[in-house]
Design a protein around this ligand. Structure first.
Ligand SMILES: O=P(O)(O)OP(=O)(O)OP(=O)(O)OC[C@H]1O[C@@H](n2cnc3c(O)ncnc32)[C@H](O)[C@@H]1O
Ligand SMILES: [Mg+2]
Length: 195
């Protein structure tokens, strides 16, 4: 089976490819599609954005497509950066810009107010318009300074309490085992394998 994975994020694609290795599913990337239309992520929820990304690409390429919309939800910041995680520090923001903005917003907050969760919504869409949505979540704490060189995005600032380590300090295998994305993808896979 072939599956188009509609993401422009190399870190996500690497995690998804690893999670699908040895499943017999052949992953295709957006680089294989010419003239891809621009997709504006203007939904109010992770689910709405995931659906929009997957559906646009599925219709364009005529292939079964998976898209991931994800982000960091911080309770003390009223749910920010949330669906705006990729552009928290403004349009075109880098991971480092976003991390700096997050640290600044949380300066001085004690440990009990540093709780956060990564959320992931995955949409699996057929060109016909039929979609299935799967969700995953990972609970943790926002560190006071970045740690580790792995992963991407907010991983250096996200402490996984069970490991006493930032996500960026954990090997990919462990991140995939515990992460929001791993959880959502395992559900997607279970669904695909029932078909
Ligand atoms: O939309 P696509 O093309 O998939 O790529 P993107 O990077 O724009 O992805 P999102 O719109 O879903 O934005 C998610 C942002 O949330 C952050 N994020 C999501 N999952 C993460 C993870 O596992 N570790 C660290 N940061 C993550 C990261 O900064 C992403 O840029
Ligand atoms: Mg995006």
């Amino acid at each position: 089976m072939e599956l188009m994975v509609a993401t422009t994020n190399k870190g996500k694609l690497k995690e998804i490819r690893r999670l699908l290795a040895d499943t017999g599913i052949q992953v295709k990337g957006l680089d294989e599609i010419p003239d891809l239309p621009e997709i504006v992520e203007d939904g109010d929820t992770f689910e709405a954005n995931a659906r929009k990304k997957a559906l646009t690409v599925a219709r364009h390429c005529g292939c079964l497509t998976l898209a991931d919309d994800s982000g960091l939800v911080v309770e003390a910041l009223q749910g920010e950066p949330g669906v705006y995680s990729a552009r928290y520090a403004g349009p075109g923001a880098s991971d480092s810009d976003n991390n700096q903005k997050l640290l600044a917003a949380m300066t001085g907050l004690p440990r009990e107010q540093r709780e956060a969760a990564f959320h992931c919504a995955m949409a699996l869409c057929e060109p016909s318009g039929v979609c299935h949505i799967f969700q995953g979540r990972l609970q943790g704490l926002i560190l006071e300074e970045p740690r580790g060189g792995g992963g991407f995005g907010y991983d250096p600032l996200f402490l996984v309490p069970e490991y006493g380590k930032a996500l960026a300090e954990l090997p990919l295998e462990i991140k995939n085992r515990i992460s929001h994305r791993g959880e959502a993808l395992r559900q997607t896979l279970a669904y695909l394998q029932q078909q």
